[in-house]
Design a protein around this ligand. Structure first.
Ligand code: HEC
Length: 211
C-alpha cells in the first residue's frame, strides 16, 4: 500500500468516525445545555503496538478534538451568561409574566434567528425539522398538524401558555425529558421574553401580553 492509499483509507475512516461521534457529541452537548468538554480528554500521544495504527489514531483524535472545539463554539450561548442564568432555569417560567410586560416583539423577531433552522412560522406552511410555530401561544402541546412529535412531548399535555413556553425555552430537556428539540435553551430571560412576545404575534388574533 502506498501513502496515497493509506491517506484515502484514513480519510474514509475519519469521515465515518466524525459523523458518528461528532453528531452524537453535538446532540449530547446541546441537549444538556452544557457545552464544551466532551472529547478534549482523549489521549493523543500514547504509544501503541503498531506505529501505523498509532498514527491514524492520533490523527483521528486530533481531528475529533478540533471538530468538538468548533461544535462547542456553536453550542455555547453567545452571551456567556449560561452559568449565571442556570439556577432560575430549573423552575423557569415563574417570572415570565413580569418580563413580558417589558418585552419587545421586534427584538424577539430578531432573536428568532436561533430557531429558524428548525421552525417555520408562516401560517399553513409545512413543518420542517420542528413543528410550524404559527399560533403556538396557548395552542395545545404537540398540535401542529402533520408533525411527528416525540412521545415525551405528546405525553406532556396542556397548552403552551407563557409560563410553559418559558420553562421549555429556557431548558427544553429540563421541561420535557426526552423531547427531540435539540436546543440548549435561551439563557437570557429578557431575550426569552422578547421571543415569546414575538411568538404571541403569530396568530390571526395575536395573544395579548400581560400589562
Ligand atoms: C435543532 C432544531 C431546533 C431548534 C434550533 C429549535 N427547535 Fe423548537 N422544536 C424542534 C423539534 C424537533 C421540536 C419537536 C419536539 C418534540 O416533539 O419533542 C420542537 C418543538 C418546539 C415547540 C413545541 C411546539 C408544539 O407544537 O408543541 C416550541 C414552542 C418550540 N420548539 C420553540 C422553539 C423556539 C422558540 C426556538 C428558538 C429559540 C426553537 N424551538 C429552536 C426543533 C428545534
Amino acid at each position: 500500500m502506498d501513502n496515497f492509499e493509506l491517506t484515502k483509507i484514513a480519510g474514509a475512516v475519519l469521515a465515518a468516525l466524525l459523523l458518528i461521534f461528532g453528531g452524537k457529541t453535538l446532540i449530547e452537548m446541546r441537549s444538556e445545555g452544557r457545552p464544551v468538554v466532551v472529547g478534549y480528554a482523549l489521549p493523543g500521544g500514547e504509544p501503541a503496538a503498531a506505529p501505523e495504527t498509532n498514527d491514524k489514531a492520533a490523527a483521528e483524535t486530533k481531528d475529533a478534538a478540533a471538530v468538538d472545539g468548533k461544535m462547542a463554539e456553536v453550542a455555547a450561548p453567545a452571551d456567556g451568561k449560561a452559568d449565571a442564568a442556570a439556577a432560575p432555569a430549573a423552575d423557569g417560567g415563574s417570572d415570565i409574566v413580569a418580563l413580558l410586560v417589558k418585552a419587545n416583539a421586534d427584538n424577539g423577531k430578531g432573536a428568532f434567528s436561533k430557531c429558524k433552522s428548525c421552525h417555520v412560522v408562516e401560517k399553513g406552511k409545512a413543518s420542517t425539522v420542528g413543528p410550524n410555530l404559527w399560533g403556538v401561544v396557548n395552542r395545545p402541546k404537540g398540535a401542529s398538524e402533520g408533525f411527528k412529535y416525540s412521545e415525551a412531548l405528546k405525553a406532556k399535555g396542556g397548552e403552551w401558555t407563557f409560563e410553559n413556553l418559558s420553562a421549555f425555552l429556557r431548558n427544553p430537556k429540563g421541561y420535557i425529558a426526552g423531547t427531540k428539540m435539540v436546543f440548549a435553551g435561551i439563557k437570557d430571560p429578557a431575550e426569552e421574553a422578547d421571543l415569546i412576545a414575538y411568538l404571541a404575534t403569530l396568530a390571526d388574533t395575536p395573544v395579548p401580553l400581560p400589562k
